[in-house]
Every structure is written in C-alpha cells, then in structure tokens.
Design a protein. Structure first.
Length: 376
C-alpha cells in the first residue's frame, strides 16, 4: 500500500502539472485578459499566420522556432527535430505562457541565439519568480522576489533569452539583433516601456492593497500609440536648395528588430496644394537613408528568406537612442512651401505580405507615427 502511494506521488511530481495560462485568471483576472491580447499569448503557429507561413515555407518538417514561439511545449526536443509535429495541445496553444515566463531562473547566452533555464518542469508546487515587494502567500504557487542584483524581473534580463539576437544556422548570418552593442541590454529597461504600471492590484482580491500592477499587453509594432513613440522627427531648411531631416530613435533598441518589418520616413514638399517633391518616387526603398528594412540574398544573389541567407542585400538600421541626419537636395524653395515628414510603419513589408498571402488585418495595416511640418 505504502509503495503504491509512493509511486503515485512520484509519478505526480515527475509529470509536473502544467498550470495553463487560463488557470491564472481565477486570481489574476486583469493580467490574464491583457496577456491574452498580447503577441506572447498568440505566438504559436496556430495563432500567428505570419509565423506559420514562414515556418511552413522554410522548415516544413522540423521546428527549431519552437524554443521561443512555443517554449512551454512537452517534448520540445522532439518537436525541434521533427520527430513530433506541432499539435494543438494546451501547452503549445499557450505560446509564451504565464507559467513559462515566471519560471525563468537564468538566461543561457549563446552565439546563434540565447535560451533559458527554467523550473517549469521541476515538479512540486511551482515557484513564481517576479518583482513584487513582499509578496503575499498564495495556495496555488509559491512566490519568490529575489534581491534586485539577482532578479531577472527587475533588470529586464528576463527578456533576453528570446529577444536578444538570432543568427541563421545555414551561414551564421545575423537575422536580428536587439542592439549593436550586445551588452547594452543591461542598461535598457524593456519592462519600463513595455509593461507600463496601471492602477489597481495584481490579484482579484487585493489583500496587500497594492495600487499599481504591471500591464501585460506588451504593446509594440501593432499599436498606434507605441509607433508614435518610436522616433522623433525634425526638419530644418539649410539653404534654398537643401533641407535636413533628423531621425531620433527614442527606443531602448534598434529601430528595426524583426527583419521583415518596414519602417520609413516619407518627406514631401507641397506648393499651392500640389506635391512638387518627394524623397522617393514609387518605393520607399529608393531612399536607403530613411527606410529601415533588411533583405537577404543567397550565394547567387537571389533574394531569399532569412534561414537560407548567406548575405545581405539591403540593410538600414539605427541603434539605441541614436540620431541620424539626412540632407536632401530639393528644388529651389519658395515662401509658402510646406515641408512635411511622417513616420510610417508596417508589421510586414507589403510586398512580402502579398507574397505570403497574409489576411490578418493587424499585420497588413499601415501605422502612422511622428509627423512634422515646416512652413516656409
Ligand atoms: C513575457 C514574460 C511574461 C509573461 C508571458 C507573463 N508575465 Fe507576469 N510579469 C512579467 C514581468 C517581467 C513582471 C515584472 C514587472 C514589473 O516588475 O514591472 C511580471 C509581473 C507579474 C506579476 C506581479 C505583479 C505585477 O506587478 O504585475 C504577476 C501577478 C504576474 N506577472 C502574473 C502573470 C500572469 C497571470 C500571466 C499570464 C496571464 C503573466 N504574468 C504572463 C513577465 C511575464
Ligand atoms: C531565439 C528566439 C526565437 C527563435 C528561435 C525564433 N523566433 Fe521568431 N520571434 C522571436 C521574437 C522575440 C519575436 C518578436 C520580435 C519582434 O517583434 O521584433 C519573433 C517574431 C517572429 C515573427 C513576426 C511575428 C509577427 O506576427 O509579428 C515571425 C514571422 C517569426 N518570428 C518567425 C520565426 C520562424 C519561422 C522561426 C524559426 C525558423 C523563428 N521565428 C524562430 C523569437 C524567436
Ligand atoms: C488562487 C489564487 C491564485 C492563482 C490561481 C494564481 N495566483 Fe499568482 N498570486 C496569487 C497571490 C495571492 C499573489 C500575491 C499577490 C501580492 O502579493 O500582491 C500572487 C503572486 C503572483 C506573482 C508575483 C510573484 C512575485 O514574487 O513577484 C506571480 C508572478 C504570479 N502570481 C503568477 C501566477 C501565474 C503565472 C499563475 C497561473 C499559472 C498564478 N499566479 C495563479 C494568487 C494566485
Ligand atoms: C524607451 C522605451 C523602450 C525601451 C526601453 C524598449 N522598447 Fe521596445 N519598443 C518601444 C516602442 C515605442 C516600440 C514600438 C515602435 C516600433 O515597433 O517601431 C517598441 C517595439 C518593440 C518590439 C517590436 C518591434 C519590431 O520592429 O518588431 C519589440 C519586440 C520590443 N520593442 C522589445 C523590447 C525589448 C526586449 C526591450 C529591452 C531590451 C525593449 N523593447 C526596450 C519602446 C521601448
Ligand atoms: C520565451 C520567449 C520570450 C520571452 C521570455 C519574452 N518574449 Fe517577447 N516575444 C516572444 C515572441 C516569440 C514574440 C512574437 C510572437 C509573435 O508575434 O508570433 C514576442 C513578442 C513581443 C512583443 C510584441 C512585438 C510586436 O509584435 O510588436 C513585445 C513588445 C515583447 N515581446 C516584449 C518582451 C519583453 C519586454 C519581454 C521581457 C519582459 C519579453 N518580450 C519576453 C518571445 C518572448
């Protein structure tokens, strides 16, 4: 009898129960609702059309992307190698799940891409790591707020297993990089900008009477408000034939992260209600200084997707908090001319969206950021 009981106990602790994100809603109702709107909750190939199509085109059988896009999955190694195909289990549908993030204990640094050590499958009552001062006891999990110096949730290092950088396996080409100076991330406060503090407690029954909690929507490129905060533009007339545009990156990372986005400045001169000059004719790519994007090529110079790339065809970026000035030669300026510059941002560059036949409205939308006018 004792033996049977012991075996059952052992089995339970080996097959650590996975607490799905929905189970957190019982107590953390607001955070749960926010999380469900975030890309973290929608990062699996079942929810993200863009991710799914890129995966299917490049890796029809294996799934290395899973370590960041469905990190809570069972048998992750077998999903990576293609022995198991992704399936709609709750651990995969949960994407970057609550439990996964809050079980992270260390970032593993590596050349191709970083990774994590977590306590998620350790068994027993889960410990939630966080940054709440003096957390109240909970009967579903233990809470642990480490001293600031060791606390990944206090210094934003917790983001760096997935968001730091990625190089492709075929040719070691850099696909993305959060900052040109890798160590920069130690100083940038991802949480400060992407988890603004909202009024209210973090649990339904707010026994500690907390006044603020951290928003979990993780707004980014799909938010008009956030895109408005990306860069600051300014315009100056240098002389009768030259204007100067300044682009200041206000973000704690490079302007371009995921390489398949398109971000650019459109500048026009309007005279008597008519556009007499623009910084590009048809495609923003004509103005390489003001167009932030990354295009990849293979050995034959043919444009390819990042996993097959051996080189770069087009690349413009701007590092953390840096500015750049662009001087344009323009037709002789006259009194009454109006010069205008506007920041435009697409989650997927439109030609790629067409190529992949994407339908998700949020991916196809054009987002407008900062805009400046100079009236002569
Ligand atoms: C991408 C990683 C990530 C995911 C996913 C995530 N969190 Fe968090 N969470 C954090 C970070 C980082 C903090 C610390 C924020 C701070 O201190 O400003 C935090 C803070 C918290 C806190 C502490 C109180 C507070 O200030 O908000 C609670 C409770 C919490 N999260 C619950 C959840 C729940 C429940 C979910 C899913 C519904 C979830 N988290 C999903 C990263 C994550
Ligand atoms: C090292 C972690 C990591 C790996 C591995 C990874 N990704 Fe990602 N992926 C991310 C992060 C982080 C983002 C969000 C980046 C951003 O928005 O700038 C992302 C975003 C994306 C997006 C944009 C999604 C959207 O809707 O905006 C696509 C598409 C994508 N990844 C495809 C892939 C594919 C395909 C693979 C596998 C070949 C892969 N990723 C492997 C971390 C990773
Ligand atoms: C039965 C209620 C209950 C459930 C269910 C629950 N929690 Fe909690 N959780 C609490 C309480 C109570 C606190 C302490 C709140 C405080 O001190 O302000 C807490 C605190 C936290 C913290 C903060 C830890 C720290 O040290 O900063 C995190 C993170 C967290 N919970 C994550 C989760 C996640 C993820 C889930 C779902 C897998 C979950 N919780 C489910 C009640 C619950
Ligand atoms: C000073 C504020 C600020 C800091 C610090 C910051 N961000 Fe951002 N981030 C933004 C804004 C604003 C946007 C939206 C504009 C855009 O996407 O162009 C954004 C966009 C993003 C995106 C989507 C961008 C894309 O092109 O795919 C990701 C992913 C992201 N941030 C992650 C992080 C991480 C991880 C950190 C910490 C290293 C961080 N952010 C630090 C302000 C900030
Ligand atoms: C386990 C991996 C993982 C961790 C940890 C993680 N992220 Fe993410 N994050 C992703 C992936 C994957 C995506 C893109 C999902 C998609 O669109 O398919 C993403 C998307 C985002 C976006 C939205 C990008 C957009 O589309 O605009 C922001 C902002 C972001 N993360 C910030 C953070 C911050 C800040 C942290 C640290 C508190 C963090 N992430 C921790 C994997 C992670």
């Amino acid at each position: 009898m004792k033996f049977i009981l012991l075996s059952i106990l052992l089995l339970v602790s080996i097959n650590a129960t996975y607490l799905d994100s929905k189970s957190c809603a019982e107590c953390h109702d607001t955070i749960y609702e926010e999380h469900m709107l975030s890309q973290h909750a929608n990062s699996s190939l079942f929810q993200d059309e863009f991710h799914r199509k890129m995966k299917e085109l490049n890796f029809p059988t294996t799934y290395k992307c899973s370590v960041c896009h469905i990190p809570a999955a069972n048998n992750l190694d077998k999903i990576v190698s293609g022995k198991y195909q992704p399936s709609k289990t709750i651990r995969q549908l949960d994407g970057v799940s609550c439990l996964y993030c809050h079980s992270i204990v260390a970032v593993r640094k590596s050349h191709r891409q970083n990774g994590y050590r977590t306590t998620m499958n350790r068994g027993g009552i889960p410990i939630m790591y966080g940054n709440t001062p003096d957390p109240e006891e909970s009967n579903k999990h233990k809470n642990l707020t480490l001293p600031k110096r060791f606390n990944l949730f206090a210094n934003s290092k917790v983001c760096m297993g997935c968001h730091s950088h990625k190089r492709n396996d075929s040719h070691d080409v850099e696909v993305c990089q959060i900052s040109q100076n890798l160590d920069n991330f130690k100083q940038t406060d991802c949480i400060g900008c992407h988890m603004p503090k909202y009024e209210g407690g973090n649990t339904k029954i707010n026994r500690r009477a907390r006044e603020k909690y951290a928003n979990h929507e993780f707004l980014g490129i799909r938010s008009e408000d956030m895109v408005k905060k990306a860069v600051k533009l300014s315009l100056k007339e240098i002389d009768n034939n030259h204007i100067e545009l300044t682009i200041k990156n206000k973000m704690g990372h490079q302007v371009l992260l995921q390489p398949m986005r398109l971000k650019y400045v459109k500048t026009t001169i309007v005279r008597d209600g008519k556009v007499i000059w623009q910084n590009f004719k048809k495609s923003p790519y004509e103005d390489k200084e003001a167009t932030f994007s990354k295009l990849f090529i293979d050995e034959n110079g043919k444009q390819v997707y990042p996993p097959k790339a051996s080189g770069i065809k087009y690349y413009t970026n701007l590092d953390t908090y840096k500015s750049k000035n662009i001087i344009y030669k323009v037709p002789s300026l006259q009194k009454g001319d109006m010069i205008q510059s506007t920041w435009i941002s697409y989650p997927v560059r439109p030609s790629l969206a067409k190529e992949l036949d994407l339908h998700d409205e949020d991916l196809l939308k054009k987002y407008i950021g900062d805009s400046v006018k100079l009236n002569l």
